[in-house]
Design a protein around this ligand. Structure first.
Ligand SMILES: CC(C)(COP(=O)(O)OP(=O)(O)OC[C@H]1O[C@@H](n2cnc3c(N)ncnc32)[C@H](O)[C@@H]1OP(=O)(O)O)[C@@H](O)C(=O)NCCC(=O)NCCS
Length: 153
C-alpha cells in the first residue's frame, strides 16, 4: 500500500532520486521544463553545493521523487519559481500540492512574491498557476508568459 505524498526540501541524500526524476522525463515535459538540460544541470549543481541562492523541494511517495520544484534569488523579496511533476504522475494534484507547499514556505519566510515564466502553449502549467492564485501580468522578453503571486495585496 502506498503512503500519502510528503512535501519537503531536498537534501544531499536525494541526488539519486533527482537523477531518476530527470531520467524519466520525456520529450514533452523536457521541452517545457528542461530545455538544453538547463534545470537538470541546475538541480545537480545543488548537490555539488553550487546553488546557494536556490532552495529545492520535492513531493516523495515511498521514497520516490514524484514532483520537483525550486525557487531562486532566495535573498531577494521576490523569488523565481520552477516546477515539474514526474512523467506518469501528472494530472493527479501533485503539481498543486507542491506549488502550494512552496507558496506556504515563501509566505512564512516573509517573501513579497513569487514570479515565474511559462511557455504560452503550456496550458496545464497555466491552469496550475491560476488554480494556485498566480496572476498573469504580461510577457517576458523571451516571449514566455509572466505570472506573479503576491503575498501583500
Ligand atoms: C504543469 C504541471 C507541473 C502541472 O502539474 P500536475 O500535477 O499535472 O497538475 P495538477 O494535477 O496539480 O492540476 C493543477 C490544476 O491544473 C489543471 N490541469 C492539470 N493538467 C491539465 C491539463 N492537461 N489540461 C487542463 N488542465 C489541467 C487541473 O485541473 C488543476 O486545476 P483545478 O485545481 O482547478 O482542477 C505538470 O503537468 C508538468 O510537470 N508538466 C511538465 C513540466 C512543466 O511543464 N513544468 C512547468 C514549466 S513552466
Amino acid at each position: 500500500m502506498s503512503s500519502a505524498p510528503v512535501f519537503r526540501r531536498l537534501v544531499q541524500g536525494d541526488e539519486a532520486e533527482a537523477r531518476a526524476f530527470y531520467a524519466d522525463m520525456g520529450e514533452r515535459s523536457s521541452g517545457f521544463f528542461n530545455v538544453d538540460k538547463g534545470n537538470e544541470k541546475r538541480t545537480l549543481e545543488f548537490f555539488e553545493g553550487k546553488r546557494p541562492d536556490h532552495v529545492f523541494y520535492g513531493m516523495f511517495e515511498d521514497g520516490s521523487l514524484l514532483a520537483l520544484a525550486f525557487i531562486w534569488d532566495v535573498g531577494r523579496s521576490v523569488v523565481w519559481f520552477g516546477v515539474a511533476v514526474r512523467d506518469g504522475f501528472q494530472g493527479r494534484g501533485l503539481g498543486k500540492q507542491i506549488t502550494n507547499g512552496v507558496l506556504d514556505e515563501c509566505r512564512a519566510d516573509g517573501h513579497g512574491g513569487v514570479l515565474l515564466r511559462t511557455h504560452r502553449d503550456n496550458i496545464p502549467a497555466q491552469k496550475l498557476y491560476e488554480a494556485c492564485g498566480f496572476e498573469h501580468i504580461g510577457t517576458h522578453p523571451s516571449g514566455e508568459l509572466l505570472y506573479i503571486y503576491r503575498f501583500f495585496r
